[in-house]
Write a protein that binds this ligand. Structure first.
Ligand SMILES: NC(=O)c1ccc[n+]([C@@H]2O[C@H](COP(=O)([O-])OP(=O)(O)OC[C@H]3O[C@@H](n4cnc5c(N)ncnc54)[C@H](OP(=O)(O)O)[C@@H]3O)[C@@H](O)[C@H]2O)c1
Length: 335
């Protein structure tokens, strides 16, 4: 094994040119760690938020960022018994806790690692870890969505939204989502029962009409802005709102009292349990990761540009990075 690898290094906070491909040292493997040959990673909004400087206190530079890995174990620490060399795994590296996934190799605590689903590619598996763990935490652990309930998923075409629709459907819920009109057939193919165009329709009115004034049991807020303030207007009595977006602005939640609403705020911390549950759903064919674009590691800056400016593209689901190969697939530009 060479002790050098290629990695995309964040050299300063700023634009996409702050991401530079460098040769760096492969970290040593501790007793309860494994070293993984990274086949694929993916881009999350968190990555471009870090790159542009939203988290300067948490990310010392230079840094390798990136929050999704799918790959194959090449070395195990002396106290690792649950995995062996050659095992295919997927996981989210510890967030704000050391090197990320934009690299040919990654060393990780074995507690974070899950067995990769056998029926999907490395690109697909890498596209699932952060968003899938977030959806599991939001819908299963926090909202405790149940069969026959109705959920409103904001942003049904996004990395989180595409998985949330499928997981909610697998749980037996009725799913309403927001998406541009041209994406309605696509979100229905994922399992949405109804879709409203967020560019032309007020979702509060649309939900009231669709549910005959009863409202939804759960709202998944992937958008921020005034979604928290307006969510109670769409809720049934004792409904739940789960928000995964950090908000700095004060919110007026008076409407929530009248609905006996519960609010949950989620910042995902990955663990193997959530990934193992997702693996079962993927292997049963109930959840399939959605990839809207793929680029090789050396073009990670372009991958950031695509996700950050997704309004300019017909992008559905994730932007994946082919670390072990050279795949290039790009979404059409919207004029
Ligand atoms: N707290 C956590 O643990 C956690 C974890 C994951 C993500 N997040 C956060 O959750 C958010 C979504 O993440 P993501 O990975 O899904 O991002 P993403 O892949 O970029 O998707 C964004 C989605 O939002 C849609 N959208 C944009 N503006 C909208 C509006 N006004 N109304 C309705 N939909 C709108 C987009 O639609 P178009 O396709 O039409 O553009 C797209 O479907 C980000 O802010 C991210 O940082 C938080």
């Amino acid at each position: 094994m060479s002790d050098q690898m290629k990695a995309v290094v964040l050299t300063r906070f700023g634009g996409v040119d702050a991401l530079e491909l460098h040769d760096v040292s492969v970290p040593p493997v501790g007793p309860r760690q494994v070293r993984v040959r990274v086949h694929a990673t993916a881009v999350n909004p968190l990555d471009f938020q870090i790159r542009r400087g939203d988290y300067v206190d948490q990310v010392p530079l230079p840094a390798i960022i990136g929050h999704d890995v799918s790959g194959v174990i090449e070395e195990v620490g002396s106290h690792v018994t649950e995995f062996g060399v050659g095992d295919a795994v997927y996981y989210t590296p510890r967030i704000f806790g050391g090197p990320g996934s934009y690299a040919e190799q990654h060393v990780v605590d074995v507690e974070l690692v899950g067995r990769k689903p056998e029926n999907v590619s490395h690109l697909e598996a890498a596209s699932l870890t952060l968003v899938g763990g977030t959806v599991w935490e939001a819908l299963v652990t926090r909202a405790r969505l149940t069969v026959a309930e109705t959920i409103l998923v904001h942003g049904g075409t996004g990395g989180v939204g595409t998985i949330a629709i499928q997981v909610a459907k697998a749980m037996g819920a009725r799913v309403i989502t927001t998406a541009r009109a041209g994406d309605h057939e696509f979100v229905r193919s994922l399992g949405a029962d109804a879709a409203f165009d967020y560019t032309s329709t007020d979702y509060v009115d649309a939900v009231a009409e669709m549910t005959r004034g009863e409202g939804v049991d759960v709202v998944l807020d992937t958008i921020g802005g005034d979604t928290l303030t307006r969510s109670p207007l769409t809720l049934a009595d004792s409904g739940r709102v789960v928000s995964i977006v950090d908000l700095a602005q004060p919110q007026n939640l008076l409407e929530a009292w009248g609905k006996n609403a519960a609010y949950h705020f989620v910042f995902t911390r990955q663990n193997r349990g959530k990934l193992d549950a997702l693996t079962r759903l993927v292997e049963r064919g109930l959840v399939k990761p959605v990839i809207g674009a793929t680029l090789p590691l050396a073009r990670t800056g372009e991958a950031h540009e695509l996700l950050e400016n997704r309004r300019s593209y017909a992008l559905r689901g994730k932007v994946a990075i082919d670390v072990a190969g050279e795949t290039v697939t790009l979404p059409p530009r919207i004029s």
